[in-house]
Design a protein around this ligand. Structure first.
Ligand SMILES: Nc1ncnc2c1ncn2[C@@H]1O[C@H](COP(=O)(O)OP(=O)(O)OP(=O)(O)O)[C@@H](O)[C@H]1O
Ligand SMILES: [Mg+2]
Length: 444
């Protein structure tokens, strides 16, 4: 690509968003049709009713906008540019306005005010099976979706095998999509979108679906798309994917653009500003807390090395997993432990209390906090679930096992993590230890 120092050069800009606002009225739900046919049909059915509804949906008086509690400001005055070939990450809490922004850019909905310009052929993947027809088979939907997204039949023919192979559904390709699970539908939809070769690719949270292997495939595909110099807009709650794949990120909070800059900095700001998932779970009421009359769980927490509670851990830094519990009866020795797993039935490891001071020793009643320090550069990036368990060995009693009360996210905060040694694609595995490597060399 030709480099141009003039940032105002429109040749360089793929997307220009200027002063976009989007308001919704609470109680009046915007009717989104699955298909163009459905939209046209309902428009023909009742033109006047639709016109009135349309007006009340999209008209907002100035006085109303600032005062009315019935109006949601899904987006307020958003402006930014995306350069050609740039991968822009969009992050923010649930309800921040990310999907609304992508819907406006994909022309699925219109902004209340402001405008967005997009230069180039767009392909977007916004929701589960957008544009997929349940009665049609996978094969038919690939053709339908491919042509809707702007490919010719010949182009789909050429790419068909590759698309199906990528999805991994060769066996089900002639089955109607209504028999697919939602995860399968998204996989196929992603495969079509990923093979589109659009100039601008818009993706909303696709990586949240599918198993780990498919997620890796998607990330690698995005990496290819990026290498080909395409412009990508990418909404994700997966912070590692954002820091690793994006050239820049924007942070939305309650419909406002609060930061626009290098992904690592924006991710850090987001993580500081409070998260969707808490880094601590407290059992307030003793009656409902896991456990029995001997011991009960009071809290589980994840702490960064500086002591701050956080559900997000920098892959390079040590952190701790803690459980707070109350012992009611004397005379028992306890073995607190944590099961760290991936939420999909695979255990990463089990950590058993190794504090010698309390091993084989009965604990008097009181409140205890047992803390396991986990080194940096041990776990791989991704989501890790923590199950706290309390056991007594002699006699053998399982006091509590709490499944998935808390999870945390291991995130790469820099692009040059030592365990990568410069490799950029996603690395599979539950652990990614920093090992000491040596090389022997003999000159032949
Ligand atoms: N069709 C609609 N009608 C009314 N309110 C809406 C509509 N769509 C979105 N909203 C509201 O707009 C705000 C932004 O929603 P949006 O879906 O864009 O958030 P998001 O950042 O994508 O969240 P998530 O991370 O949960 O996907 C929310 O308060 C939401 O309730
Ligand atoms: Mg969303």
């Amino acid at each position: 690509m030709k480099k141009n120092s003039n940032t105002h050069n429109s040749e360089k800009i793929a997307i220009k968003v200027k002063g976009i606002c989007k308001y919704y009225r609470i109680g009046t739900k915007e009717n989104i049709h699955d298909s163009l046919g459905g939209a046209i049909f309902s428009l023909i059915k009742s033109p006047l009713r639709n016109y009135r509804k349309y007006r009340s949906l999209y008209r907002f008086d100035d006085s109303e906008i600032n005062d009315s509690p019935d109006i949601i400001h899904a987006l307020s005055n958003i402006s930014f540019d995306v350069n050609r070939g740039e991968v822009l990450g969009i992050i923010g809490k649930n309800g921040a306005g990310k999907s609304t922004l992508l819907k406006i850019l994909s022309r699925i909905t219109v902004p209340t005010s402001g405008y967005a310009e997009i230069h180039g052929k767009v392909s977007s993947l916004l929701e589960v099976g957008t544009g997929f027809h349940p009665e049609l088979t996978g094969r038919e939907n690939v053709y339908l979706n491919g042509t809707v997204l702007g490919m010719t039949k010949l182009e789909v023919d050429r790419k068909f095998d590759e698309i199906v192979e990528f999805s991994g559904f060769e066996k089900f390709i002639d089955t109607p999509v209504k028999r697919y699970s939602s995860g399968m539908t998204v996989r196929l939809a992603f495969s079509v979108a990923a093979h589109m070769e659009p100039e601008v690719l818009i993706i909303d949270e696709v990586l949240a679906v599918g198993d780990a292997a498919f997620q890796n495939k998607c990330l690698n595909k995005m990496e290819d798309v990026r290498e080909k110099g395409r412009t990508v807009l990418f909404v994700s709650h997966n912070m590692s994917a954002v820091t690793r794949l994006c050239d820049r990120a924007i942070l939305l909070n309650s419909g406002k653009l609060v930061m626009n800059g290098p992904p690592e900095e924006v991710v850090r700001e987001y993580l500081k500003s409070g998260q969707d998932i808490p880094g601590e779970l407290i059992f307030d009421s003793v009656e409902n807390a896991p456990g029995n009359e001997i011991v009960k769980l009071k809290a589980v927490s994840i702490r960064q090395e500086n002591g701050a509670i956080s559900p997000v851990i920098n892959i390079e830094r040590p952190f701790s997993v803690e459980m707070k519990y109350q012992i009611f009866k004397p005379g028992f020795s306890f073995l607190p432990h944590f099961v760290l797993h991936n939420g999909g039935g695979n255990i990463i490891f089990v950590a058993i209390d190794q504090d010698r001071n309390w091993q084989n020793r009965t604990r008097p009643p009181g409140i205890y906090t047992s803390k396991a320090l986990i080194p940096g550069n041990l776990l791989n990036e991704g989501t890790v679930f923590v199950d706290p368990v309390m056991r007594t060995v002699e006699p053998d009693i399982l006091h509590f096992v709490e499944n998935n009360p808390i999870s945390f996210e291991v995130v790469e905060m820099s692009k040059d993590n030592p365990t990568r040694a410069g490799y950029v694609k996603s690395i599979p595995g539950f652990v990614r230890p920093a090992l000491n490597w040596t090389t022997d060399f003999k000159d032949t």
